[in-house]
Design a protein around this ligand. Structure first.
Ligand SMILES: C[S@@+](CC[C@H](N)C(=O)[O-])C[C@H]1O[C@@H](n2cnc3c(N)ncnc32)[C@H](O)[C@@H]1O
Length: 355
């Protein structure tokens, strides 16, 4: 009996030895369960506490923060859009911000560095001070470290999240947040004369995946109407062949560099290796889309890029995405990224290169 007890005691680490890391995790609205599934597949048990239904949750992982960063960077998630560490939390009569201030005063790594502040909230409660006052407070803290307060390209990010009765704060490298935008949400302003909001998807893909659109010369846009993506590609200096039975927007009539084929994509014929970029944003069943697009890949030159949106019509999106990815991989497409962008609704974006 004693022996058994001893064995159990050796196998179960004392509570103080168990390493936990806690994060505020964000996914597109309704997709938090899949982000949780991704964490579970990478780290095993995940304890989750919901902050904003279907969108933001706290995940407690039994893994060290460095291991979390390493594993996530090696297996970039599709649905988990953003994470921020929780290092400081209101506890007893010691508020999170006081803990954060104490921590910052001891951080020589931040000296002379550029630091961004990302503030977010859910629920009604906000910190007592306004967001502006909080920024000023933080600037004061940073001044003593000679650190520079910045919005763009920070070396470090200080994240503060207010929810209901609690305030959470953490300090991280931008790459450890999975995205350098606050909450992983890049926002664009709609331009006058912008043809469709769909254009934002390609603008986001350009930033998120670092795609050098200006280096492509000849693109095909499948499912192009009304023409948001086509207009983006033309703006980046490409010749564009737009394929769609539906009408393109009138502003694209006679646009230089644009050829419109008012046809079903199953009926078009191209030359081998005619394009160096293929994009497809068809609202269609994912398998039919993949069949149709893979049938046109002969027209994409080796080394060419493909960007396609994949509708999530299935109850098991992770399994469905795996199947679609497999269909493209069989056709010499190397997946660079699969990600649900902020501007993707019930879909994800695949970024691939042909080899
Ligand atoms: C979401 S819209 C595309 C929006 C476009 N990316 C933009 O930025 O304006 C989807 C388009 O796919 C087209 N489509 C659906 N099935 C198609 C097919 N088999 N061949 C060509 N186009 C198709 C539809 O006509 C529709 O115009």
């Amino acid at each position: 009996m004693n022996e058994i007890r001893q064995e159990t005691a050796e196998q179960t680490p004392a509570p103080e030895e168990i390493v936990y890391s806690r994060y505020i995790c964000t996914a597109n609205h309704g997709f938090a369960p899949y982000a949780q599934e991704e964490l579970f597949r990478l780290f095993g048990a995940v304890k989750s506490t919901q902050l904003l239904p279907g969108e933001v949750f706290i995940a407690t992982l039994q893994v060290e923060p460095a291991e979390v960063s390493r594993a996530l960077l090696q297996n970039l998630p599709i649905f988990l859009r953003h994470i921020q560490p929780i290092q400081f939390q209101d506890e007893g009569d010691m508020p999170a911000l006081q803990r954060l201030a104490e921590y910052l005063s001891q951080q020589s790594e931040l000296e002379g560095k550029k630091v961004a502040l990302h503030l977010r909230k859910s629920g009604d409660y906000f910190w007592q001070e306004s967001a502006g006052e909080l920024r000023e407070w933080l600037q004061d803290q940073l001044q003593s470290l000679n650190a520079e307060f910045t919005v763009q390209d920070p070396d470090w990010v200080i994240s503060v999240y207010a929810d209901g009765e609690a305030l959470y704060a953490g300090v991280s490298l931008p790459e450890d947040n999975l995205s350098s935008w606050n909450g992983g949400a890049i926002r664009f302003r709609k331009d006058d004369g912008q043809i469709s909001r769909a254009k934002f998807k390609l603008m986001e893909a350009e930033k998120e995946f670092d795609i050098p659109f200006s280096s492509f010369r000849n693109a095909v846009d499948i499912g192009a109407s009304p023409g948001g993506w086509t207009s983006f590609l033309l703006e980046r200096g490409m010749k564009v062949t737009a394929v769609d039975p539906a009408l393109m927007h009138e502003s694209l009539r006679n646009a230089p560099g644009l050829k419109v084929l008012r046809k079903n994509a199953g009926e078009v014929k191209f030359k081998n290796n005619e394009f160096d970029l293929l994009v497809c944003d068809m609202s269609w069943s994912p398998k039919l889309m993949a069949k149709l697009v893979t049938g046109l890949l002969y027209s994409l030159a080796p080394g060419g890029t493909a960007i396609v949106t994949v509708k999530l019509m299935h109850k098991k999106p992770l399994a469905m995405i795996k199947e679609i990815v497999g269909m493209f991989e069989e056709e010499r497409m190397q997946i660079q990224r699969a990600k649900q962008l902020v501007h993707n609704r019930d879909e994800i974006t695949l970024y691939m290169i042909k080899y």
